[in-house]
Ligand binder design. Structure first.
Ligand code: ADP
Ligand code: MG
Length: 371
């Protein structure tokens, strides 16, 4: 592999997995934007699959988007200096051959890879609980293992979110609560497809446990204290922060967006009827403008603390992550999750900056020597 000299730009490869029908997996529009931005910034950049990435040769077959022909083309490229992992699915990441390839990249003497793996929800909470500054941001969270511990936690909080450890986009999330006018009755809200909730009620613990077990179908779940999120027009909202490392290798906040839940929905995801909103617009009616600017600053500084702690916990090089944070009715802030494969932010100013940061950080990373 060629050594970088002076201001020379590193070769950046966006890593994904091969797909039998469509060359490679992942969000095409996102990959196109990344490649386009790289090109504008003079970085040699291409998309490569774990199958094609052979670290022993001196060139690899990659994909390049040709705006003229409006299609992806396969051609030879030099080995990358930096690998940006965008393998889109956990199911692919856990395959032996894929893990092996990622591991080779991590161990390689000069090639740098960032965001090598997805996060596991449970581990995130574990890492954040270990640090004095992030601990207060974490809702009480436990692995859901028995009806006895579920019952104990429900008695303590009256509302619990049940979430798959490896979930995304609201899939499989349930809300378990004790009915407000009859605390003897358990109420389970299952966020179903096609924007409809299924509600199941019973006064018998074994029955509610059976139903939960049926819904979770053997997948590991966490149970979490339900936070009373602040609302806008009677719908709750949360905040999404994109945190990325700069060209100096320091964590910075690229942007903050808000997501407003659809009517009566238990999560704020857009596919679940949620909408993209401006954070100030959501916060000002609830907290006033002075408090809102305090909250937004606090949100940013908390996001940076969280990112540092997660990176420390993970033990890998991270260059970016997105986070879901909530503000409760008292103005206290809560961490819900962080994602190692941030979705595209639709807000245009955040989007542009986020693409630039990927390359600025790649440049920084390429100048570091690996241990
Ligand atoms: N403990 C909780 N209390 C209140 N709302 C929650 C809680 N956990 C999740 N939510 C709501 O559900 C959304 C999705 O939860 P999250 O953990 O981000 O799951 P996913 O990985 O499916 O996005 C959050 O953004 C928030 O609106
Ligand atoms: Mg989320």
């Amino acid at each position: 592999m060629s050594q970088l000299t002076g201001d020379q730009k590193p070769v950046v490869a966006v890593l994904t997995v091969a797909d039998e029908r469509s060359l490679f997996r992942g969000n095409r529009a996102n990959f196109r934007d990344i490649v386009k931005m790289g090109r504008e910034m003079d970085f040699p950049v291409y998309v490569v699959t774990t199958r094609d990435l052979k670290l022993t040769g001196n060139r690899v077959k990659g994909y390049f988007y040709s705006p003229e022909d409006k299609e992806w083309k396969r051609q030879w490229f030099p080995l990358p200096h930096v690998i940006y992992n965008r393998i889109p699915l956990r199911e692919d990441e856990i395959k032996v051959a894929v893990r092996k390839k990622i591991n080779e990249c991590i161990k390689h003497s000069s090639i740098h890879i960032f965001n090598p793996y997805f996060f596991n929800k449970w581990r995130l909470f574990d890492w954040l609980k270990k640090n004095r500054s992030t601990r207060p941001l974490v809702p009480n969270t436990k692995r859901m293992r028995s009806s006895a511990t579920l019952h104990a936690m429900l008695t303590q909080y009256r509302r619990l979110y049940l979430k798959p450890e490896s979930g995304k986009a609201g899939k499989g999330i349930m809300l378990l609560q004790l009915e407000s006018n009859d605390p003897e009755i358990y109420q389970l809200t299952i966020q179903g497809r096609r924007k409809k909730n299924v509600i199941y009620k019973t006064s018998k613990l074994p029955l509610i446990w059976k139903r939960i077990k049926m819904e979770t179908a053997g997948v590991p779940y966490i149970m979490q204290e339900g936070i009373e999120l602040s609302k806008y027009h009677d719908r709750h909202f949360d905040l999404r922060v994109l945190v990325q490392k700069s060209g100096k290798g320091v964590w910075t906040v690229t942007g903050v967006g808000a997501r407003l839940a659809g009517p009566k929905r238990i999560t704020t995801h857009v596919p679940q009827g949620g909408s993209v909103e401006d954070p100030e617009k959501m916060l000002i009616p609830a907290f006033g403008s002075e408090m809102t600017s305090i909250l937004i600053n606090r949100l940013k500084s908390n996001a940076l603390l969280i990112a540092r702690q997660i990176e420390k916990g993970s033990g890998y090089i991270l260059g970016e992550m997105s986070m879901d944070l909530g503000v409760d009715t008292e103005g206290d802030m809560w961490f819900f999750e962080a994602n190692a494969k941030p979705m595209k932010f639709d807000e245009p100013h955040i989007r542009k900056r986020s693409l630039e940061r990927i390359f600025q950080f790649s440049q920084y990373l390429s100048r570091q020597t690996k241990e």
